[in-house]
Design a binder for this molecule. Structure first.
Ligand SMILES: *[C@@H]1O[C@H](CO)[C@@H](O)[C@H](O)[C@H]1NC(C)=O
Ligand SMILES: *[C@@H]1O[C@H](CO)[C@@H](O)[C@H](O)[C@H]1NC(C)=O
Ligand SMILES: *[C@@H]1O[C@H](CO)[C@@H](O)[C@H](O)[C@H]1NC(C)=O
Ligand SMILES: *[C@@H]1O[C@H](CO)[C@@H](O)[C@H](O)[C@H]1NC(C)=O
Ligand SMILES: *[C@@H]1O[C@H](CO)[C@@H](O)[C@H](O)[C@H]1NC(C)=O
Length: 484
């Protein structure tokens, strides 16, 4: 029926029940050094939900991993992945990371592979730059975001992969970002800072049930990829840390981001698709994106941003049940002359917002450009932006909507919105330029460019009836057993 039944099907409510069976094995006390260290062997079985289960399992300790927080495990991780890649065509493999502090630089994953973090496992990002390979700039960006040249590979990286899961019992990936933030502020970085998790040119990706702390820069970056689930992750970084965006789907199709909790120094979710002339010529949009049950705290940024790099286009985004507290804006569209591309068919409903500068913000003159070669006549099309069922309180300004002169943002629809203004709110709650659209049952009273259609239109601006295909994906329950 033309829909993608991507992943196989059993749906079971997951309980990460950990049935730990300790088999008291007689220690192999043969007087050998290695045997002495292992007084017993624990056989543990655990359950998790995933797009795919795996036939083979190994632990990072099988590859010489040492979880003491000091020994570098970069080679152990890369050896483990390389070894386990042989099972790609034999049911796939899982790498188990037990409790411990696992210092590591960047490493790359393989296809038909699961990285599983125990609840007390912490991956600690190395601060030795030699542990971070440098990649070429992304073709849709033309340059690194921090510096003109290349970019450090992400801590957990994958390219040209299919069927990869990064999950666990809420284990932790700690980017130890302070080191990178300081170097960034001092202008000492030759290359763009690494992200925590990045997949490029990949299909069938799941990132779930892990906690990401203190990323050097963005946290989760799927790019040029499709069929992606990001579920149940916690992202925490200081609210003043530079560019610590939460989840950035970038030139991706069929993405579902749900049940995430994000506190960060930049946009909690930033939807992107390349920058100016590079993004236009690469021409790969982000489309068919679902965002639901997000909780966001980001005092200097947006709960959900569209752009500013949107030159490949952004289309068919559906966001619902969004809670933001002490966040600069709810939804923000950022674009500029020279971006080209489009932001079309955006639907947002049921947002609950507390303490904001702007509930709605659209910026048509977001100036940051990749270089001076952009075409000022490449105008973005911003059209079909729908917001409904929103309650906000303690807000400084309801909306600041600034289109582009000669290129208005059109078909804006805002209905059933109640915004409680802060005691020290701005006198004029709405400012609108170069925008067109309608409103219904919105208070305080919107600007004249968005005329009120009366209460009979309260259910205008609704989602399309047909769900997106990514919503048909169900996860199955896997039971695994590890020895370590
Ligand atoms: C994540 O963990 C929660 C609670 O333990 C569980 O309900 C959920 O199914 C898990 N999700 C995934 C994708 O593993
Ligand atoms: C990955 O796929 C892209 C797009 O298909 C291709 O251009 C690139 O060469 C591939 N890279 C590798 C390492 O295979
Ligand atoms: C995961 O761990 C984080 C950090 O400790 C915590 O805030 C969060 O509530 C945990 N999530 C779950 C589902 O247990
Ligand atoms: C208006 O929004 C509120 C709060 O989100 C919701 O409870 C209510 O059902 C909405 N009304 C209509 C007519 O959809
Ligand atoms: C309202 O917002 C201001 C900041 O704009 C904050 O200082 C204050 O605590 C907030 N009040 C409430 C009741 O949340």
């Amino acid at each position: 029926m033309g829909t993608y039944f991507l992943f196989s099907v059993t749906f079971l409510t997951l309980q990460v029940t950990r049935i730990a069976t300790v088999l008291v094995l007689v220690a192999l006390s043969l007087g050998l050094k290695g045997a002495e260290a292992r007084k017993g062997r624990i056989l543990e079985s655990f359950e998790y939900t995933a797009i795919s289960c795996r036939r083979h399992t190994a632990s990072i300790t099988d590859f010489g991993g040492v979880g003491d927080g000091k020994t570098s495990n970069t080679k152990a991780f890369q050896d483990a992945v390389n070894h386990l890649s042989q099972y790609a065509s034999d049911g796939g493999a899982q790498l188990y990371v037990p409790a411990g502090q696992w210092l590591t630089g960047s490493f790359s994953l393989t296809s038909y592979f699961t990285l599983y973090l125990d609840k007390d496992a912490v991956l600690l990002a190395s601060q030795d730059m030699k542990e971070w390979p440098v990649l070429k700039p992304l073709p849709s960006y033309g340059r690194g975001r921090d510096a003109p040249g290349g970019r450090f590979s992400s801590l957990i990286f994958g390219t040209n992969l299919t069927d990869v899961v990064v999950t666990g019992a809420n284990g932790t990936i700690d980017g130890q970002g302070a080191f990178w933030w300081q170097n960034f502020h001092k202008g000492k970085l030759k290359y763009t800072r690494p992200y925590l998790i990045e997949f490029m040119y990949s299909d069938n990706i799941q990132i779930s049930n892990v906690t990401l702390l203190n990323s050097p820069s963005w946290n989760v970056h799927p790019v040029y990829s499709s069929n992606i689930l990001v579920q149940g992750i916690t992202i925490i970084a200081p609210v003043t840390s530079p560019n610590t965006d939460g989840i950035n789907p970038d030139s991706c199709t069929n993405v579902r981001i749900e049940d995430n909790y994000i506190v960060s120094g930049d946009d909690c979710i930033a939807v992107k698709s390349g920058w100016d002339e590079y993004g236009i010529s690469f021409g790969m949009p982000t489309k068919q994106l679902v965002i639901r049950r997000l909780t966001c705290i980001s005092p200097y940024s947006a709960a959900i941003a569209l752009g500013s790099e949107m030159s490949g286009g952004i289309q068919d985004v559906r966001a619902e049940d969004i809670t933001a507290v002490h966040t600069e804006s709810g939804i923000r569209i950022k674009t500029a002359r020279g971006r080209g591309g489009f932001v079309k068919d955006i639907y947002v409903k049921r947002m609950t917002l507390h303490t904001m500068k702007w509930v709605f913000w659209m910026t048509g003159n977001y100036k940051a450009h990749a270089d001076n070669h952009y075409d000022p006549n490449a105008l973005p099309v911003i059209q079909g932006i729908n917001y409904r069922d929103i309650v906000a309180d303690n807000v400084s300004m309801a909306a600041r909507l600034e289109g582009i002169e000669g290129d208005p943002f059109t078909q804006i629809c805002i209905s059933n919105v109640t915004i409680g203004m802060a005691a020290k709110a701005k006198k004029v709650p709405w400012t609108c330029t170069d925008v067109e659209g309608i409103t219904s049952v919105v208070s305080p009273q919107p600007c004249d460019l968005l005329p009120d259609q009366g209460p009979e239109k309260i259910t205008a601006c609704d989602f399309p009836a047909e769900p997106l295909s990514i919503d048909r994906v169900v996860l199955k329950s896997c039971t695994d057993r590890v020895n370590y």
